[in-house]
Design a protein around this ligand. Structure first.
Ligand SMILES: NC(=O)c1ccc[n+]([C@@H]2O[C@H](COP(=O)([O-])OP(=O)(O)OC[C@H]3O[C@@H](n4cnc5c(N)ncnc54)[C@H](O)[C@@H]3O)[C@@H](O)[C@H]2O)c1
Length: 296
């Protein structure tokens, strides 16, 4: 299967991996620095120096949307500090290589963000390595398909909240004292917060919390010149999918556009929210979901 066939709407190849998913094990390579063309191919993302000299922290930056964001940030002139789980070292090294190929820095830290102390360590270490923080992209998440509330264990419920929302609070709280006018926080939510996906009840609930957290935090900081926004992707071709979705969920992994998005297509929205192009936007969510109309 070629990339362009995939773009025209063929089903994703159904495969399975252990969590956390590995980019280097994806059966079909994702797009990080290209965007779809009308002809069914891809063209290089066109950078314009929108983040020149900025310093970004990206959680889950080894793969998927986080990797694509680190790369587009680098193309736009920003250095990154990426956080991921220890199992993902190989993917993180590849992200670093790709960022550095654009002449920017990519600092690495593998740590488990479900620990508050580790979130503190992330901010301390990022400040040391980058010399400041202008952009925080809260992007790491856990999900595991369970079709019924009776199959969803209490432990999974807690783990999903400990991964998907508590670190967003801790990292924002610890980073904000070091941010100034013009800094931005972007949180990764999901279409599932809006459509109420039944087989991801815990995940869907945390993503609703991410949207509300974005709104409340924006109302605290918008007057201080720090904007807080979210992206709410629909299906995106990343290692999260083979690592967390059963055959049925993968077979129906598409959008009204007839395909899942590429990580680069979400990353381009993150660049927009991080850059001055979105200077009048705060507390909002960009619905990069392949054309599903949602309210909110
Ligand atoms: N892929 C999709 O279809 C899709 C759709 C909507 C939203 N999203 C969101 O996009 C974001 C990125 O996911 P992705 O699809 O790029 O997949 P991904 O697997 O590439 O990224 C998820 C990352 O989260 C990190 N992570 C998970 N648990 C962690 C922990 N305890 N400590 C530290 N890091 C941890 C891992 O580094 C992992 O790489 C997530 O917030 C996800 O909910 C994805």
């Amino acid at each position: 299967m070629t990339d362009s066939q995939f773009q025209k709407g063929h089903e994703v190849p159904v495969t399975h991996q252990e969590f956390p998913g590995k980019e280097h094990k994806l059966p079909l390579q994702a797009q990080y620095d290209t965007l779809p063309t009308d002809e069914g191919g891809y063209q290089k993302y066109k950078a314009a120096g929108k983040l020149q000299g900025k310093k970004a922290v990206i959680t889950g930056g080894d793969s998927g949307i986080g990797r694509a964001t680190a790369i587009l940030f680098a193309m736009e002139g920003a250095d990154s500090f990426i956080v991921y789980l220890p199992d993902e070292e190989k993917d993180a090294q590849e992200t670093k290589r790709m960022v550095e190929s654009h002449g920017r820095q990519c600092h690495l830290l593998s740590t488990d963000l479900t620990s508050r102390d580790n979130c503190k360590k992330v901010v301390d270490e990022a400040l040391k390595q980058l010399g400041g923080i202008d952009i925080l992209f809260n992007n790491a998440a856990y999900q595991m398909v369970k079709s019924d509330i009776h199959e969803l264990s209490e432990d999974q419920w807690l783990h999903t909240f400990n991964t998907n929302i508590h670190p967003y609070f801790y990292l924002s709280k610890y980073a904000l004292p070091h941010m100034s006018r013009g800094s931005t926080i972007i949180n990764n939510a999901s279409i599932n917060a809006y459509i109420g996906r039944p087989d991801l009840l815990d995940y869907t609930s945390t993503k609703g919390a991410v949207v509300s957290f974005t709104r409340g935090l924006s109302n605290q900081f918008v007057g201080k010149g720090i904007r807080v926004n979210a992206v709410a992707p629909g299906p995106v071709w990343t290692p999260l999918i083979p690592a967390t979705m059963d055959d049925g969920a993968q077979e129906t992994f598409t959008s009204p556009m007839g395909r899942p998005a590429q990580p680069s297509e979400v990353a381009a929205c993150v660049v927009f929210l991080a850059a001055a192009d979105s200077s009048a936007i705060s507390g909002q969510t960009i619905h990069c979901n392949g054309g599903v109309i949602v309210n909110g």
